[in-house]
Design a protein around this ligand. Structure first.
Ligand code: SF4
Length: 123
C-alpha cells in the first residue's frame, strides 16, 4: 500500500485575489505549494501549514481606574501553541492606572519575542 502525501488546503489572505492553495508536505519536513498566482503565496502557505502563528487580543482589569478594563494585544504573532500559555500569563495581569496606549505590560512574554501591550489609555 502506498502512502499518500499529506495535503492541506487553505485560502491565501495576502491580497483580494484569495487564491486557493494546496500544500503538499513531504516526509523530509518540506512542502510544495500549488494554486498561487504570485510568489508571495508560497511562504504564506508554508508558514501557515508548518509553523502557524496567531496574534491575540483580550482585556485585563486595571487597578484604580474608573474604566476597569484595558484592551491588550501582542506586538507580533506567536506560534499557535503558545496562545493558551500566554493567555494564562495575561489572565494574571492587574496593571495600576494610569495605563497608556502602547505601554508594554509584559516584555518578551514566555520568551516568544512578543510583548503584551495596551491598546488604549485608561486613567
Ligand atoms: S498567492 Fe499572490 S495573488 Fe494569490 S492571493 Fe496570495 S498574494 Fe494574492
Amino acid at each position: 500500500m502506498s502512502e499518500r502525501p499529506a495535503v492541506d488546503r487553505l485560502t491565501c489572505i495576502l491580497c483580494p485575489v484569495g487564491c486557493d492553495l494546496e500544500v503538499e508536505r513531504d516526509a523530509a519536513g518540506g512542502a510544495r505549494v500549488r494554486g498561487n498566482q504570485c510568489d508571495k503565496g508560497v511562504p504564506f502557505a508554508v508558514e501557515e501549514v508548518l509553523r502557524p502563528k496567531r496574534n491575540l487580543a483580550t482585556s485585563v482589569p486595571v487597578k484604580g481606574a474608573a474604566a476597569k478594563l484595558v484592551s491588550v494585544r501582542l506586538s507580533r504573532p506567536v506560534p499557535r501553541e503558545m496562545i493558551f500559555p500566554i493567555l494564562a500569563v495575561i489572565a494574571g495581569l492587574r496593571p495600576e492606572a494610569p495605563v497608556r496606549r502602547g505601554q508594554v505590560l509584559v516584555a518578551d512574554v514566555l520568551g516568544t519575542g512578543a510583548d503584551v501591550i495596551a491598546t488604549r489609555t485608561v486613567s
